[in-house]
Design a protein around this ligand. Structure first.
Ligand code: NAD
Ligand code: USQ
Length: 387
């Protein structure tokens, strides 16, 4: 298949592009390097050094003889978006290219507006490009488990059968997300469902949980193929941060009482899910939703798992929760779709944690410790990044 990976310079996009190329697909990536720009804005950097996109693509070609096409541009620029769809003529488009940090979207008005414009407009340009240029293209879009929030009922895969006053219907699962970033994903999901309904597009929305891990078999072949690994309080996600905090001898920062529960998935499973979704397309007119997670854990359970795997003594610190989120809640998520397509999950294991400890130890000198503590408060919008 010809697969275009949008956001192919990012944490997930780059290893996905490599994996799809490895299994024999023709791959091209597109990115505007916004993510590298947020690092400059915040004065941080990936814990693991990363090469430029052009160097990564060159190394992959040297090692495997496989070409990965490379487009540099912004999805919010409709001309660019139409150009890449026309020029590469993909069978499937994997769309990772959005601002993806909840705290970044909650800094202040400017960051909230940027997040929603970047994500919603980029996605809308893409829907139009597909509809006008080739509605056969299968859109595989990264959504997020946080779109649902934490309802007091089981979370189904995107749709809900309801009975109301004696009548039945199948409706989009109600959403109650917890940040302007997560809301941008809800808006995207609605726009995609509408495009499938009115134009007959085919789309898969992958409501992914929090990803952890840093290597796939493809990125591990050469240091120059490494993907990014974020540790800071804005872009660093919880499990990766806890590993890094434990290696640095810092307390693990559990927000609130730590009973809030999240779906998790390992990086190797993410790239495999993307392969499965692309190779098994949705039907024309179908808005298909998969919940892309392999296990659920509370934040305290994640902290305790990392602490018990650590060779060194680790402390767990409960910070006042900077976010507004339920801490005690029901959480039972249906996630059958991807398993039915063949996903064999890697559950969180000591082996994986050990390898993450090793990677972190190797690059621990690159950490700016002051970037580890949360400064962005959900209840109090303010510009803190310039401090
Ligand atoms: P990332 O920030 O590392 O990668 C996103 C990439 O998209 C970046 O390289 C960025 O430069 C690019 N990009 C952003 N806006 C763009 C635009 N307008 N035009 C072109 N390129 C643009 O993020 P990630 O962690 O790899 O996440 C990828 C996707 O997966 C996101 O949509 C995110 O919401 C979703 N997701 C991530 C996680 C996670 O734990 N990392 C979990 C669930 C869902
Ligand atoms: N948390 C802590 N301590 C920390 C960091 C986070 O207790 O040091 C808690 C948060 O309060 C939250 C949970 O851990 O309850 C998850 O936070 P996170 O920063 O790991 O993840 P989140 O903000 O939800 O966002 C990440 C990705 C995002 C993706 C989402 C998947 O950045 O792109 O959409 O995970 S999900 O959470 O399923 O919506």
């Amino acid at each position: 298949m010809r697969i275009l990976v949008l956001g192919g310079d990012g944490y997930l996009g780059w290893p996905t592009a490599l994996h799809l190329s490895e299994v024999g697909h023709q791959v091209a990536v597109a990115d505007n390097f916004a993510r590298r720009g947020y690092d400059f804005e915040m004065g941080v950097d990936s814990l693991v050094p990363i090469e430029s996109l052009q160097a990564r693509v060159r190394v992959w070609r040297e090692l495997t003889g496989q070409d990965i096409g490379c487009y540099v541009g912004d999805l919010c620029d409709a001309e660019f978006t139409y150009h890449i769809v026309r020029d590469f003529a993909p069978d499937a488009i994997v769309h990772f290219a959005e601002q993806r940090a909840a705290p970044y979207s909650m800094v202040d008005r400017k960051h909230a507006v940027y997040t929603q414009v970047n994500n919603v407009v980029g996605n809308l340009n893409l829907l139009y490009a597909i509809a006008e240029l080739n509605p056969e293209i299968h859109l595989v879009k990264l959504g997020t488990m946080g779109e649902y929030g934490t309802p007091n009922i089981d979370i189904e895969e995107g749709w809900l059968e309801v009975e109301h006053k004696g009548r039945r219907d199948r409706v989009l699962f109600p959403k109650r997300p917890g940040s302007f970033y997560h809301l941008s994903k809800v808006h995207d999901s609605h726009n995609i469902e509408f495009a499938c309904r009115i134009w007959g597009l085919r789309a898969t929305d992958l409501n992914q949980g929090v990803v952890y891990g840093q290597q796939t078999p493809e990125t591990a072949r050469d240091d120059r193929l490494a993907t990014r690994f974020d540790y800071d309080a804005v872009f660093g996600t919880v499990l990766n941060r806890f590993v890094i905090q434990s290696v640095l001898g810092k307390p693990l920062t559990v927000y609130g009482n730590g009973t809030q529960t999240r779906g998790l998935i390992e990086l190797r499973d993410t790239v495999r899910c993307l392969q499965l979704a692309c190779e098994n397309p949705a039907d024309r007119g179908e808005f298909r939703v998969f919940n892309q997670l392999t296990e659920s854990m509370s934040i305290t359970q994640i902290a305790e798992t990392i602490a018990s795997a650590s060779p060194d003594a680790v402390t767990i610190e409960h910070l006042e929760n900077p976010r507004v989120e339920l801490e005690n809640h029901h959480y039972n998520v249906v996630h059958k779709g991807l398993t039915e397509l063949g996903l064999e999950p890697h559950l969180l294991s000591d082996t994986l944690i050990d390898s993450l400890f090793e990677i972190t130890k190797r690059f621990a000198h690159r950490v700016r410790p002051e970037a580890m503590m949360p400064t962005i408060q959900w209840r109090k919008p303010a510009s803190v990044i310039s401090n």
